[in-house]
Design a binder for this molecule. Structure first.
Ligand SMILES: NC(=O)c1ccc[n+]([C@@H]2O[C@H](COP(=O)([O-])OP(=O)(O)OC[C@H]3O[C@@H](n4cnc5c(N)ncnc54)[C@H](O)[C@@H]3O)[C@@H](O)[C@H]2O)c1
Length: 396
């Protein structure tokens, strides 16, 4: 990987910060998170960075400009002012074309960026010579865990999904024994029990629901049981994936999976779905006829909505009602819990930036396996092999 150095060589002299890290206000009405919170600023400064925050960037997450000023950052009045001197831009993202078009040529960028869905953005980054790093490509290794923003945000989303269920259901979550009689606990089914699903199970259990879980990875059954939920195991042979992830299954598998899950879905008051396969559309696990078989008043929260949804009827960003069943096409629910989600994300950012900044200059360690794995573009090239192939294929 040649050409990964960013900007002019600019040694850190006399301990004075030389490179500038820029925190932008996220674009998009629904995004409330911010990439750096005031409590992380000192760690970034210790690397020799000066931190510039666009005014208002942290407002929606509960971090006003005054908190950033008190932490020693420069608060820039406008986006243009913030970005003007940036050597490294950090964002939550994923950015659209507009959000990267004004990044300085030769600058570095660290953000959530799912490469398969971001080809237009990656073209802009490549053409501007931006050295971009995607949190979506952080390897699932022990060393990389502290930088794993997908996991930190998935955990918060899973928690939030259970809270959304509790808010939408017309029934209480725990069993309630009252003088007027006993109300049974709500039955919650969680489909897809990776990071988000396990957190949804744990939260729904704490709220008192009767919870069951299902995942295509056989090893997930033990994790479901360890949280006190019932593991649903189906007589199906699934394709196994790489790196701890699930693989995309065949169409026959999906049809059979729907048949076998239909009773469990119909018996549930709420279903939280989180099933995903990296870089592929979300598997369709709940058909319209399965929704029809649910009781009116039931709720589905589909965390896979941004990649197409696990339910046939999901509409991303909207709630729809079908036969009395509410289907919440959740966007990124972590954004609803922006203070906690931003604090965790900012820790992922600080840990990652340590790999990118040395002696006060942005000079990524090109030998580092995490740097190599997460680099999407640099020096006018697309470095992420699958994305380059995808783009070359599209150009033919
Ligand atoms: N640092 C680490 O070692 C590390 C960090 C995070 C996650 N992980 C592991 O990686 C794995 C995936 O985690 P994730 O939450 O990021 O996954 P993810 O968001 O990609 O997918 C969510 C879940 O959907 C499941 N799924 C996919 N297709 C399915 C189908 N057809 N039917 C039912 N379920 C389906 C997956 O198995 C996964 O558990 C887990 O084993 C997790 O423990 C490891």
């Amino acid at each position: 990987m040649e050409g990964l150095r960013v900007g002019p060589r600019n040694p850190w002299q006399d301990g004075e910060p030389v490179a500038s890290l820029c925190v932008l206000r996220e674009l998009g009405d629904r995004e409330r998170r911010v990439a750096v919170v005031p409590s992380e600023v000192a760690k970034l400064q210790a690397l020799g960075l000066s931190v510039v925050v666009q005014s208002g960037a942290g407002d929606a997450a509960g971090f006003p400009d005054s908190a950033y000023s008190a932490a020693g950052t420069t608060v820039a009045a406008t986006r243009a002012d913030a970005i003007a001197t940036a050597d490294l831009v950090v964002m939550v993202g994923p950015p659209n074309v507009e959000a990267v078009s004004d990044i300085r040529i030769g600058c570095a960028l660290l953000t959530l960026l799912p490469p398969a869905w971001s080809v237009d953005v990656i073209e802009v980054l490549r053409d501007r010579g931006v050295t971009s790093f995607s949190f979506n490509l952080v390897p699932r290794t022990s060393r990389a865990q502290v930088m794993d923003a997908l996991s930190s945000q998935a955990g918060v989303s899973g928690y939030r999904a259970a809270v959304v269920v509790a808010g939408r259901l017309g029934r209480v979550m725990p069993m309630m024994m009252t003088a007027a009689g006993t109300v049974p606990p709500a039955r919650v089914l969680v489909v897809g029990t990776g990071v988000a699903g396990l957190q949804a199970i744990a939260t729904a259990r704490r709220l008192g629901a009767s919870v069951s879980g299902y995942d295509v990875r056989p090893e997930a059954a033990e994790e479901i049981r360890s949280l006190g939920a019932v593991a649903i195991e189906l007589p199906l042979m699934a394709e196994s994936g790489a790196g701890g992830y699930a693989a995309e299954q065949t169409e026959e598998f999906t049809v059979r999976q729907q048949e076998l899950l239909s009773n469990a879905v119909a018996a549930s008051d709420a279903v939280i779905t989180t099933a995903a396969v990296p870089g592929r559309p979300a598997p369709q696990l709940i058909s319209a006829s399965m929704v029809e078989a649910m009781r009116p008043g039931s709720v589905i929260v589909d965390l896979a909505a941004p990649s197409g949804g696990n339910c046939e009827l999901t509409v991303e960003g909207s709630d729809i009602c079908f036969g009395g069943v509410t289907i919440v096409g959740a966007g990124d629910l972590a954004s609803d819990v922006a203070t906690s989600a931003s604090s965790l994300y900012a820790r992922n950012v600080s840990n990652f930036v340590k790999l990118l900044v040395h002696d006060g200059e942005v000079s990524p360690d090109i030998e580092d396996e995490i740097v190599v794995a997460t680099c999407v573009t640099s020096a006018g090239e697309v470095r992420h092999e699958p994305t380059r192939r995808l783009m070359e294929g599209a150009a033919k």
